[in-house]
Design a protein around this ligand. Structure first.
Ligand code: KG4
Ligand code: ZN
Length: 360
């Protein structure tokens, strides 16, 4: 059976995966750069490109070895062509082109957001579930908060997107402000259930125009104002100090360093983010004859979001990828490339990496 080798380097993970036509993931290797960027509180583009250059060969080699695949087993090589950091994208895309040139293989450039959507399809296929179409697809990550209507094929209609920060970016910025380090989503998500979301009032976004657009900058500012109104300098410094001593504190250590009022703030923040996302999904799902909801991207790992989406408030079933397919990986890129290859949609070796590549 032929395979597609997928390569993903759009942000701060160097990833490669080998995926068969039937959706079997033979390997999925991810080298995370979190440790490099953590000390800067976010992704530093120049460092990201350099780390990708360092990691790309061992990661691709590792994925091929783990899949017991040889170059002759490949039907194509797929790489993320955008959106993302252009220097990072270039590393993966150029590497893919070199393999295609030497091995005379077709190249398929994949949109990163389409990859996130296909992560859900891949998972559903593996568990024998059928995602009914058309589907609403919410991609919520560190760089994107986009809501699409998807026909299951090549057609995506953009229904709404963030006007300022992405949902994951809001998590990362609030976590940084509070001294929880980078990335912020996972730690705020585990702390949120320890607080009372009703104890701190945070505003929902007021959107003029398209009601399916998102906005998180007002929420971020409200958190900043709340922090300024409290005497928090000491506790924030203590958490930063904890992170310096131990880059991966346990839940108990975080709880020891975090007073109840801050836990309440985190719970309120998470409640508002989840509500902002689900309200629009709910509204769009009611409108367009939608049969399923797909929620993907790093923020799809969020336990509060998963719980709320499965609470019965949505008019159709909601599908999430398993957590390791929610964050950036290359299996989703190879999975998105399969239908493109089958439709004969290959790219030339002059394909450009595009920081703002649109899906619709
Ligand atoms: O999809 P992804 O790996 O990379 C991008 O394409 O951006 O998403 C990373 C983002 C980060 O902002 C991170 O804080 C967020 O996803 N994230 C979460 C959770 N896990 C990761 N946000 C909320 N709750 C989580 N459990
Ligand atoms: Zn992503």
């Amino acid at each position: 059976m032929p395979y597609i080798l997928g390569i993903e380097t759009s942000c701060d993970e160097t990833a490669a995966a080998v995926v068969a036509r039937d959706g079997e993931v033979l390997s999925s290797a991810v080298a995370s750069q979190v440790a490099t960027h953590r000390r800067y509180g976010g992704v530093v583009p120049e460092l990201a490109s350099r780390e990708h250059l360092r990691a790309i060969t061992p990661v691709v080699r590792g994925a091929m070895q783990q899949a017991h695949a040889s170059w002759a087993d490949l039907a194509a090589v797929a790489a993320t062509a955008g959106p993302g950091l252009v220097g990072s994208l270039l590393v993966g895309l150029t590497y893919a082109k070199s393999i295609c040139l030497v091995r005379r293989l077709p190249l398929i450039g994949v949109n990163h957001l389409e990859g996130h959507i296909h992560a859900v399809v891949l998972d559903a296929r593996r568990s024998g579930e059928e995602i009914e179409l058309p589907a609403l697809a919410l991609v919520a990550s560190g760089g994107h908060t986009h809501l699409f209507l998807w026909d299951g094929g090549e057609h995506y209609q953009l229904l709404g997107k963030t006007r300022d920060d992405a949902a994951g970016e809001a998590y990362d910025k609030v976590a940084k402000l509070l001294g929880f380090g980078y990335p912020g989503g996972p730690v705020l998500d585990v702390l949120a259930p320890c607080g009372d979301p009703g104890a701190v009032a945070l505003p929902m976004a007021k959107i003029k125009g398209n009601p399916l657009d998102f906005s998180f900058s007002g929420l971020k500012t409200a958190v900043l104002r709340w922090v300024e109104s409290q005497e928090m300098a000491e506790e924030i410094a203590a958490r930063r100090d904890l992170l310096r001593r131990n880059p991966r504190p346990t839940l108990e250590e975080w709880l020891e360093a975090t007073p109840q009022a801050t836990l309440d703030l985190i719970a309120a923040f998470q409640r508002v983010v989840v509500e902002e996302l689900l309200r629009r999904v709910e509204r769009a799902a009611e409108g367009a004859g939608v049969r399923s909801v797909i929620i993907s991207g790093g923020v799809a790992c969020n336990a509060g979001l998963r719980r709320a989406a499965h609470s019965g408030r949505l008019p159709c079933p909601a599908y999430f990828p398993t957590p390791h397919l929610s964050t950036d990986n290359a299996a989703m890129i190879a999975a998105a490339a399969w239908p493109r290859l089958e439709r004969g949609e290959c790219d030339g070796l002059d394909l450009k990496a595009q920081a703002n590549l649109a899906l619709a």
